[in-house]
Design a protein around this ligand. Structure first.
Ligand code: FAQ
Length: 336
């Protein structure tokens, strides 16, 4: 996800409404802090510190890009789904992800950034999106592993966002989490079905789990000590639970599910720690994580090229919509 630095418009038209410069900033800030402390939602027309607004635009737009780019790895298998039922499920899931991207772009727009600016940031490679979508989907079992592990990690991260302090983001997340829950279950069901099949199918599942496990743990972001935004985001009630705590919750929830499934998680250091009451797990390869974040993953180039092509191929639709709107406006003017 995630932009190094989205160039946000300075002094947008909404700025005056949001933060009257003539009155004391400190008073507004104190009221904002009090609202955060009370657990109230901040709404689009409320005053907010500029840094809060920018952090939200960064996170929400990157989240939206992730949903849109995230359609690609699974979309790759729609034509090859093994049954009509699996094809219908996969189609619905991929469409859901597209819908999530749209709610999230709309939520980000309420902060004064335009859809065009966000799209430009993605297509120019300035914006980040989740590292996880830069890994290839090599077999049908990968579709199950994405549902189980990737959507599972996404839900773990996104449930606390339903209580984030920015109203439009929190409300979008409620619906998104409901849909992600179906995504996670269909993935687990797909894998269970394969595990009840042939030795070859079981081997495909194990291979997919081996490849998706570590990248799924990376979805939660760097360690808390390396997470540059966590301090502010937790202070502002955007993040409710830290990167490492969410990652630990995900590992604790997933280990028993792996046992039921009958797969081995590819980590020799995975061990129940009686004292902590949590599963210990091995060291994440942070060099790999940062390489993927910085554009050097297996599929970064292909993913971006696919989005650029979709944008260019869709130019005629945008032009037709603008021409239609202009015609409608002309008709209305004539009728008036
Ligand atoms: N990939 O200081 P922090 C989905 C960046 S789920 C790439 O810890 P923050 C559903 C981070 O942006 C996936 N970059 O940052 C689906 C920052 O760089 P920046 C989407 C990453 O924001 C399933 C820098 O590292 N979910 O799409 C990653 O406080 C299946 C320092 O990091 C969300 O976006 C990463 N994994 O915490 C769809 C959830 N991790 O921006 C299709 C909302 C970190 O300064 C199929 N986002 N970075 O240039 C969040 O909760 C947060 O943004 C975190 C990162 C937790 C991801």
């Amino acid at each position: 996800m995630y932009t190094q630095a989205i160039d946000l418009p300075q002094g947008t038209k909404d700025e005056a409404a949001r933060g009257p410069r003539s009155l004391k900033e400190a008073e507004y800030e104190a009221e904002f802090d009090a609202r955060i402390a009370r657990g109230d939602f901040i709404e689009p027309k409320d005053w907010m510190p500029e840094a809060y607004r920018r952090t939200l635009i960064r996170q929400i737009s990157q989240h939206a890009h992730s949903e849109i780019v995230g359609m690609l790895p699974e979309g790759n298998w729609i034509t090859r789904a093994p049954t009509l039922k699996r094809k219908a499920i996969l189609l619905a899931k991929v469409q859901d992800e597209g819908g999530h991207g749209l709610y999230l772009y709309a939520a980000a727009e309420t902060l004064g950034v335009s859809r065009d600016e966000m799209t430009e940031a993605l297509l120019s490679g300035k914006a980040k999106y989740s590292t996880i979508f830069n890994y290839p989907t090599l077999t049908w079992a990968d579709i199950g592993a994405i549902g189980w592990l990737v959507d599972g990690a996404a839900i773990m991260n996104q449930i606390p966002l339903c209580r984030c302090s920015y109203g439009p983001y929190a409300r979008a997340m409620i619906r998104i989490c409901k849909e992600e829950s179906f995504h996670q279950r269909q993935g687990y069901d797909l894998l269970l079905t394969m595990m009840r099949g042939t030795d070859e199918q079981r081997a495909l599942v194990q291979d997919a789990v081996n490849r998706w496990w570590w990248p799924s743990l990376m979805m939660f972001g760097p360690h808390d000590s390396e997470s540059m935004h966590s301090g502010d985001s937790i202070k502002w009630g955007i993040k409710r639970i830290s990167n490492d705590d969410l990652r630990q919750k995900f590992v604790d929830a997933t280990v028993p599910q792996a046992k039921v499934l009958g797969v081995t998680l590819p980590d020799p250091d995975l061990k129940w720690n009686e004292q902590r009451g949590h599963w210990d797990f091995g060291k994440i390869d942070w060099d790999e994580f940062w390489a993927v974040v910085n554009g050097h993953g297996q599929c970064n180039r292909d993913r971006l090229a696919a989005r650029v092509k979709a944008w260019e191929d869709g130019a005629w639709v945008r032009e037709a919509a603008v021409a239609y709107a202009a015609k409608q406006a002309q008709r209305e003017r004539r009728a008036a």
